[in-house]
Each structure stands twice: as C-alpha cells, then as structure tokens.
Design a protein around this ligand. Structure first.
Ligand code: CO
Length: 475
C-alpha cells in the first residue's frame, strides 16, 4: 500500500514496464506468461500508477516464438490485477505490427484490447504524424480507455520544443487525456527534459508522463529533472529487469523521490521482493539476454537507439563486413536527413537502418533500395517531420507523385477476409485479429492450437500458485 501524501507534496506515479518494455529491451521479448502470473498479485499490491503489460512487440513474439495466445495472456493478467490499471503500447495505425492496417482492423483491435482488460492506451506514430493515430484515439475514447498519446522524442534540426508542443496540442484536440514523452533511444538529457516537460505542461495542459531508456546512462537524472519540472508519472522497471537498454530501476526512483516533495509513496521492501522474482526468472532467458553491463557511449555519440546498433553488428557479421560498422553508423544520420528526420523507432528505425547498411555495402548510395524506403518516399508511412531530399526521392521513385493524404485511406477493409481465413480454426473472435495482423504466423499458431500443441497450461500455473511451496516456477 502507498504512503499518504503530506501537505505541499505532489504524488508522482510510477508505471512499471517489466512485463512489456523491459523484457522487450533486454530479453528479445521472450518473457513467458508462466513467469509473469506467479508474481502478478504481489505487483498488484504495490500501488503503481499503471502496469505496461501488453502491445509493442509482445503480441508478435507470443504468436511467433512462444506459441502463446497474446489475448489469453492479457485475460490471465487482467484476472490477477484487480486494483492496478493495465496499459498497452499501440503503434497507431500499425497497431502491434510493422505496417498500416485498415480502419476496420484498427477499430476491432482497439475494441477487443479494451474488452479484454486494457485501461490505458499509449498510442504513438513513428513519424509523429497525428493522422496515423487519429483512428486509434477515436476508438479508444469511444471504448472508454484512457488515451495517452505520445510524442516520440528525437534530436534533429526540426525537432525543437515547439515541434513537440504542436504535436501534443493536435493530439489533445483529437481526444488525448495525457501526453507521454517517449525517449526510445535514451537520448533525452536532464536539461532538455525539464525544458520540454515544463513547456508541455504549460502550453498543452495535460498530465505528462516520461518514458526513457537507460541506454546512455542519463535516464534516472532525466526523470528527476522531469519530475521537478512537473512530470506526473515516469516509467520504471523492477531493478533486476532495469538499466542497460531497459528503463531506470523503480527502486532507485522511489528512494530518490522519497526525499523530495514528489514522493511516490511506494514500498521499497515490496519492490525488492518483486525484483527478486525477476532476478531468478531472468536466469532462464540467458540465450536472449542482450543487456550490456556498461553505458552505451555510441548512443551518446550517434543519438540512435542501442537496438539498432546491435542489429547492425549482427547484419554486418553475417555479411563478413563488421569492419564497416563505423561507416554504417555515420551513414545513419545522412539517410535520416534524406528521409526528413524521422524519429528512430519501430518501424522507421528498421527502415533507416536497413537502407544505411545497403548504402554502405553497395558502395553507392541508393543504388539498391528496400521496398520500405520506396513506400516511405511514396508517402505510405505518413508525412515526415521535414521535407525529404528531392534528389534522393527522384532516384528512388522516379517521377511518381507521392500521396499527400492519410495513408490508411488507401487501404481496403481487412476483417472480412481474415474471418474467412481463420474460420476452420477459430475459437474466439480475437483469432480474426491475430490473423489480420500476422496472417502466416497466426495461421501456424491456430493450426497448432487446434492440434493441441500450443499455449500455457494455466491449470498448472494456478496449481503452483496455490501450492505456495512451489512458488514461482511451475514446471
Ligand atoms: Co520503450
């Protein structure tokens, strides 16, 4: 239970990301439901502002790697979190995938996510193009979720405080109830955070939450300055699942803020027990554990997310071209400039990264071009923050005219076809959505499920929970 606030104090909320972003950032999104459920009730006691438990890459990872039904995970978590608000990360019109989906799919997905237990929808678009978030916001509001709209933080000549305030105001006009500043790369400095948060608070007039990754080592300091500047909530992870490319540790921020007028009121002893659970659990995921024990200085030098750098290392080693790493890292800002300075987050980080590798390996820039870059220059991802380079655009798409409108307006509805395709395997209406998002992966999953070869044995988990002795590790 949380301590009470005293006069003159402003309670700061902590969102715990351990069940979503932390393992997406540290363990390749592999954390299994069976390792979440046994600790859920204890986490529910803490008094977090919310728990981020769903969305981002977890949906894809459940179906593709874990052979789990992501919807089932959400329902099982919801059952155990009786007091705490559950939150998901939604990539705007991309939902939890990597491309735009038609409006009917967006509508049905948001509806089902809320119906299965999501209270807070955190919605972003990689380009901060609010048209790509409009539909998801509209449906979330209608379904009764709290809409936390997001501005993706990045550093570029066009991304000044004015830009972020303008985006946030547009999002408020669309129905957002709070604003998240999303620093996926861990490059938001303490001083810039204070400036940005106070401008947002003053000029937008909504609660502000800050989401940082620890990669560059700045995030805990950034949080302190952001809180002093008026931030209402910050994102943290259990200490055993924090730091490196994950979030700052909840325990650290709780202890630091307890000596300020912004006490979180959370109980360190309880947080320590939760961290202990994940310390043990994490050992099972060693093969996926990518955490670096040190600060990633390249992130400070190149201002790109740590995940991109590790991708480069694996791509280049496959091509026997690891010696080209520095060239690729220098090519990234050039490609980004050509593309009108997109923030680097899924899917733009993959688009920029893959093209930077091609530009270096081919020995000539844009001699070879990915399909995604072609679509990008056609306007199919939305409006870039700044105009794209006209010469590069001509080289990539010739005289073709890019579209000007909202990209999803070009898409045909997708639900009916999905319903037909899953009909032979369908057990729940959510299966249609799994297919609409990831047709091949979902179909494999649904077929296997029908054959009885997938999923979590929830009875086993519950038995283990009841039998306190077995504790956290059902066989
Ligand atoms: Co994140």
């Amino acid at each position: 239970m949380r301590r009470e606030t005293q006069a003159g104090e402003r309670r700061v909320g902590i969102t715990d990301t351990t069940l979503r972003d932390a393992h997406q950032s540290l363990l390749a999104t592999r954390l299994k439901t069976e390792d979440m459920l046994p600790i859920a009730e204890m986490m529910d006691e803490v008094g977090y502002h919310s728990l981020e438990v769903w969305g981002g890459a977890t949906f894809d990872s459940c179906l593709r790697f874990l052979r789990e039904d992501p919807w089932e995970r959400l329902r099982e978590l919801r059952k155990r979190f009786k007091r705490t608000k559950l939150q998901m990360l939604l990539r705007g019109q991309n939902l939890v995938g990597y491309k735009h989906y038609p409006d009917d799919v967006v509508e049905e997905f948001v509806k089902r996510a809320v119906a299965n237990g999501i209270d807070i929808m955190r919605i972003f678009d990689a380009l901060n193009d609010v048209r790509n978030m409009e539909k998801a916001i509209e449906v979330s509001v209608r379904e009764g979720a709290h809409v936390q709209a997001t501005v993706c933080y990045t550093i570029s000549p066009v991304h000044d405080t004015e830009h972020f305030v303008r985006v946030a105001r547009d999002l408020k006009d669309m129905g957002a109830q709070s604003i998240c500043v999303k620093d996926m790369a861990g490059i938001l400095s303490p001083v810039k955070a204070a400036e940005l948060v106070s401008s947002l608070k003053e000029k937008v007039g909504l609660p502000v939450q800050v989401h940082c990754h620890y990669t560059s080592g700045m995030a805990a300091m950034t949080y302190l300055k952001a809180v002093e500047a008026g931030a209402d909530a910050i994102d943290c992870a259990a200490s055993s699942m924090a730091l490196s490319t994950s979030q700052p540790a909840a325990e650290t921020m709780v202890a630091v803020l307890a000596e300020t007028p912004y006490d979180t009121g959370l109980d360190l002893d309880l947080l320590a027990k939760i961290a202990e659970h994940f310390r043990e659990v994490r050992k099972k995921y060693g093969e996926f554990d990518v955490a670096s024990p040190t600060v990633d200085v390249k992130v400070l030098q190149y201002q790109i997310p740590g995940g991109m750098i590790s991708n480069f290392i694996s791509q280049l080693s496959q091509q026997n071209a690891l010696d080209k790493l520095d060239e690729v890292l220098e090519e990234v800002p050039r490609v980004r400039k050509d593309l009108g300075y997109p923030p680097l987050v899924t899917p733009s980080s993959q688009i920029v990264g893959a093209q930077a590798v091609l530009n270096v390996l081919a020995g000539e820039r844009y001699k070879m071009v990915t399909n995604e870059v072609r679509a990008y220059f056609k306007g199919l991802y939305g409006r870039p923050p700044a105009p794209v380079d006209p010469e590069v655009q001509r080289k990539v798409i010739g005289d073709e005219r890019p579209i000007d409108g909202r990209p999803a307006d070009l898409l045909e509805p997708g639900l009916e076809e999905a319903k037909r395709a899953v009909a032979p395997y369908m057990e729940r209406p959510e299966d249609v959505l799994s297919y609409a998002l990831f047709p091949n992966v979902a179909l494999d999953f649904l077929k296997e499920r029908q054959a009885g070869a997938t999923g979590v044995d929830y009875n086993l988990v519950e038995e283990a929970e009841q039998d306190g002795g077995v504790g956290y590790y059902p066989a």
